[in-house]
Design a protein. Structure first.
Length: 296
């Protein structure tokens, strides 16, 4: 499967039609390069707030409330593009109202046959907690795409091993990570999390990022990082784990992921973190104790 990950420059679309036209052009380009799956970044839907009145787009709560009537157009846009382009599309994330005034950061996956599934963000960042209106998801999912299983870890979620491990144990072979970071440290944390999950689970990881500045938005104000396709650091794979990543102002990085070869290579692997995972659960290793020094 050829996968494309996006370094998405945040813009100021005038309305939903302008947003849709830009996404259609972008995804058509990825499909022209052979992508079967395209991954877009976290908070993508908040770019639509650029079309709201200045006082609304500058206020996160007001932006989220005004964004909700566009949910149907959002679903229709990506369902239509996935079908027409015959491509699976991870549409970043949409902060969806689940109870009055309460939102979940939902990452929607649209399939080439018209299907739609999703993963809600499980761990909230400090920014999301301080908003007072965003709540975490309550379930971990895997999804079937063609002949592989994929999971989604929304940005910060990739830094937590246990939910991703649960996805792996449900058959996941590819982890999709839509992300949005505003500092170099944040971008590094997400990249390190992605690499760690690839190593310990023997899976591929596809990370998309936002790019540029959007000072009009309290959530998309500054964006940094590079999109990347990552693998375990082992025999027959890149020593740094990076299969492909965006460079400079490029929007897409692409790589063909060979899942059969990844599985077959396990026999020659230098390490077997995925198979050795249960060793951590030995009773003696569940709790550390203070060891007094031995004195001669």
């Amino acid at each position: 499967m050829k996968v494309a990950v996006c370094r998405y420059p945040v813009a100021m679309p005038a309305d939903m039609h302008a947003f849709a036209a830009r996404l259609e052009a972008l995804l058509t380009d990825a499909r022209a390069q052979g992508a079967r799956l395209a991954v877009l970044p976290e908070y993508l839907a908040l770019e639509l707030a650029a079309s709201f009145a200045p006082d609304v787009r500058a206020d996160l709560k007001a932006s989220l409330a005004q964004l909700q009537p566009l949910r149907g157009d959002w679903i229709a846009l990506f369902t239509g593009l996935a079908r027409r382009l015959q491509m699976h599309i991870l549409a970043g994330s949409f902060l969806l109202e689940v109870t009055p005034g309460r939102y979940r950061n939902r990452s929607d996956l649209f399939t080439a046959d018209g299907g739609h599934c999703w993963q809600d963000k499980l761990q909230l960042t400090g920014f999301e907690k301080r908003s007072g209106v965003i709540e975490p998801g309550e379930a971990v999912h895997v999804m079937q795409l063609d002949d592989i299983r994929v999971g989604i870890a929304v940005c910060y979620d990739c830094e937590f091993p246990l939910p991703v491990r649960a996805q792996r144990e449900a058959g996941m072979q590819l982890l999709l990570v839509p992300s949005c970071t505003d500092t170099d440290a944040g971008a590094t944390r997400v990249r390190v999390g992605c690499l760690a999950r690839a190593l310990e689970n023997r899976i591929y990881v596809a990370q998309a990022v936002t790019a540029g500045e959007a000072r009009w938005s309290p959530a998309l104000d500054v964006n940094t990082g590079q999109a990347a396709l990552l693998a375990p650091m082992d025999v027959g794979l890149p020593a740094d784990g990076i299969l492909a990543q965006t460079e400079g102002d490029a929007c897409w990085a692409l790589a063909t992921l060979d899942f059969a070869a990844l599985e077959a290579g396990r026999a020659q692997a230098q390490v077997a973190n995925d198979l050795d995972w249960p060793g951590q659960n030995r009773f003696a290793l569940r709790r550390a104790c203070l060891q007094p020094p031995v004195r001669a």
